[in-house]
Design a protein around this ligand. Structure first.
Ligand code: SF4
Length: 461
């Protein structure tokens, strides 16, 4: 392959034209495993292998993930919707969750030693659709059964409709300290098309109530919806920056999932086509300029904060190599060298708990972690921090070509040189990304992954 295959366009607007249009990879689920693991071999009961796996990382901090696979309405863009939130689901589901928490704690407790919990994340689905007292009870139970400290970040994810100030206060009283809201857009007409019912006034009022609870409040916004313009996204940011007290926000690029209601609406002509990559680049550029103007710190690749109280510990720690103990139907996690998927249907989930088992559909042995991070791991966590590894971390055979590619990307205004000796996540870095580089970050990562797994390319012509 010629080295030009990896080059960006030069002399064009890097945000909109550095590369050809590529499919967006964006809004991912938290703590959920992809389906399709259920045929993998089981490795005995959790009571048999769980303790052995858990002590593989003795003394290391760990995290908990609790999944609520119910939503009161389906959002048209979402691939994670599983069950409608029928009346009575909260009491029934939280009772099963409570049993699972007790059973899991009984197995792991003798091996806690000095291990502490860094983060607890209630994801979904819509955990905020649980009743006030049901979730408060679960949060208290976790405090009683697991080594949670005053420093543990405890996040409840949710959406505006149904998330009340009373719930927020009760959950903070029980020990939660962070709320993460999927707002996506504050434009009422667009929201309604997406299946989001609350209007802008309701968003303002709910965010006020959540802020008054004393918890850290962050929101998600998405760009790239059909009919959404850069001006609408700027208006979203102006609204949340000026009219709410949020501590931070995630900005995701819309990923279109084939077969979703949104994809069908576009295909049938009921919705206009989604903005193309160039338009999305314009949106991202406008948004980052505005966030900067409002004093938000670009904290990680898709996350900005304007208060140091926002630590984003779950995204920064639980998605790496640390143990993440999963609970709830549809959850995923890992303990020691096992990747874990939980039963996705409520029937299998509850039957398994009734038999006294952890409701795991598969526990897959994963490759051992290398003693020194591999190039791909270093690439992954530097990209997450909007940077690229130093040449010394590339395979020796590829370093000279890597230098040519990175310098070409610098000339294309995607990268700027890092300061001499700059280190992120124990990895020396060569370059930091410009806003355009951040917009194309997944593509840059994909190109470097391909580059290092192929023979050294032939020199530039
Ligand atoms: S609330 Fe969240 S999980 Fe549920 S359908 Fe909407 S985006 Fe998907």
């Amino acid at each position: 392959m010629q080295i030009e295959h990896y080059f960006a366009r030069i002399g064009v607007d890097p945000l909109t034209a550095a590369f050809d249009d590529i499919p967006a990879r964006g809004h991912g689920g938290r703590g959920m495993m992809s389906p399709g693991n259920e045929k993998n071999p089981k490795v005995g009961t959790f009571a048999e292998w769980g303790p052995k796996a858990f002590v593989e990382n003795a003394d290391a901090p760990f995290s908990l993930y609790l999944h609520t696979p119910y939503c009161s309405h389906r959002c048209s863009f979402c691939p994670f919707y599983i069950n409608p939130g029928r009346p009575g689901f909260s009491g029934e589901y939280s009772a099963w969750l409570s049993r699972e928490i007790d059973d899991t704690a009984r197995v792991l407790e003798p091996h806690f030693g000095s291990r502490k919990i860094t983060t607890v994340f209630f994801g979904g689905g819509t955990p905020s659709d649980l009743n006030r007292d049901d979730l408060a009870k679960i949060i208290r139970q976790l405090h009683e059964r697991f080594p949670i400290t005053d420093d543990t970040e405890i996040t409840v994810e949710g959406r505006i409709r149904g998330f009340t100030a009373e719930k927020a206060k009760a959950w903070v009283d029980a020990g939660a300290n962070r709320f993460s809201l999927g707002v996506q857009s504050t434009h009422t007409e667009l929201r309604r098309k997406l299946g989001r019912l609350a209007d802008r006034d309701e968003i303002r009022q709910i965010l006020e109530g959540l802020y008054a609870s004393g918890a850290v409040v962050i929101i998600d916004l998405i760009y790239g919806f059909p009919g959404q313009t850069p001006e609408m996204l700027e208006d979203d940011i102006r609204f949340v920056a000026e009219e709410t007290n949020i501590h931070g926000l995630d900005l995701y690029e819309l990923k279109q999932f084939p077969g979703s209601p949104l994809a069908k609406a576009i295909e049938s002509g009921r919705f206009p086509p989604a903005p193309d990559r160039a338009e999305r680049g314009r949106m991202f550029g406008a948004a980052t300029d505005l966030l900067n103007k409002y004093g938000f710190e670009h904290f990680t690749r898709k996350h900005w904060r304007r208060s140091k109280r926002e630590r984003s510990l779950y995204n920064r720690t639980a998605t790496g190599a640390n143990d993440l103990v999963p609970f709830g139907s549809g959850a995923g996690g890992r303990i020691g060298s096992y990747g874990i998927s939980m039963h996705r249907t409520i029937e299998q989930y509850t039957e398994s708990i009734a038999r006294g088992e952890k409701p795991i559909s598969s526990a897959m042995p994963m490759p051992p972690r290398p003693p020194v991070p591999s190039f791909r791991q270093r690439l992954s966590f530097t990209v997450e921090a909007c940077a690229l590894p130093a040449l010394e971390h590339f395979p020796e055979t590829h370093r000279a070509s890597a230098q040519t590619i990175l310098e070409q990307w610098e000339a294309a205004e995607l990268l700027v040189p890092a300061l001499p000796g700059e280190i992120l996540n124990e990895t020396a870095i060569s370059y930091r990304m410009t806003p355009a580089g951040v917009f194309w970050a997944e593509h840059l990562q994909g190109l470097l992954t391909m580059f290092t797994s192929m023979p050294v390319p032939s020199a530039a012509r």
